[in-house]
Design a protein around this ligand. Structure first.
Ligand SMILES: *[C@@H]1O[C@H](CO)[C@@H](O)[C@H](O)[C@H]1NC(C)=O
Length: 178
């Protein structure tokens, strides 16, 4: 029960007016929604709680300027960035013609109005260029399926928090932080 309360699921109703997809923000300790849940911080999950999907965390350099924490989350459809962080970093914003509407399980709505394209991040020597959607999350960056599906098959060791995959004929290995 406790665990269920911690889960916060968001359903994305429309992406730029075209496709219908799901966005699922999990209970990552740092994820906090400012609206419509006030300033409440979602408490960290109990250690033994089963996660509905898998996450790994990494430190990464973003836009060659700042080190941030990246949550790789197979339960999120899209990549997200903390909207305040994006502004602080002076990333080049692209306003969405049609806001990305995010409905919560409570029937409330969030709207993402800005995306950031071709944002370069360096994750342990792996350089990636991604599109990030801005939302008031408390974490820095979430890389979801939008990024993961570019990698092809990925082998994860959940105990050692590692990811192994082949990108452009090169073997890649990432080790997550606790
Ligand atoms: C990276 O940051 C600089 C400012 O430091 C900014 O001018 C540039 O647009 C940023 N790059 C992207 C892809 O947002």
């Amino acid at each position: 029960m406790e665990f269920l309360k911690l889960c916060l699921s968001l359903v994305c109703l429309s992406l730029a007016g075209s496709s219908i997809s799901d966005v699922y923000l999990n209970h990552f300790p740092a994820v906090k929604l400012r609206h419509p849940f006030g300033q409440a911080v979602i408490p960290p999950p109990k250690l033994e709680a089963r996660s509905p999907h898998a996450t790994l965390r990494f430190r990464a350099n973003i836009n060659r300027t700042k080190v941030v924490t990246v949550l790789v989350d197979s339960g999120a459809n899209i990549n997200l960035i903390n909207e305040r962080l994006a502004v602080d970093l002076q990333l080049k914003a692209t306003p969405l013609v049609q806001p990305l509407r995010l409905g919560t399980v409570n029937g409330e709505q969030l709207a993402c109005r800005t995306k950031y394209t071709a944002v370069v991040m360096d994750i342990q020597g792996l350089e990636v260029s991604v599109t990030l959607y801005a939302l008031p999350i408390a974490g820095d960056v979430i890389l979801g399926i939008q990024w993961l599906e570019e990698l092809g098959p990925v082998i994860c060791d959940w105990k050692l928090r590692t990811m192994r995959f082949t990108l452009k004929n090169k073997e890649r290995f990432l080790r997550g932080i606790p």
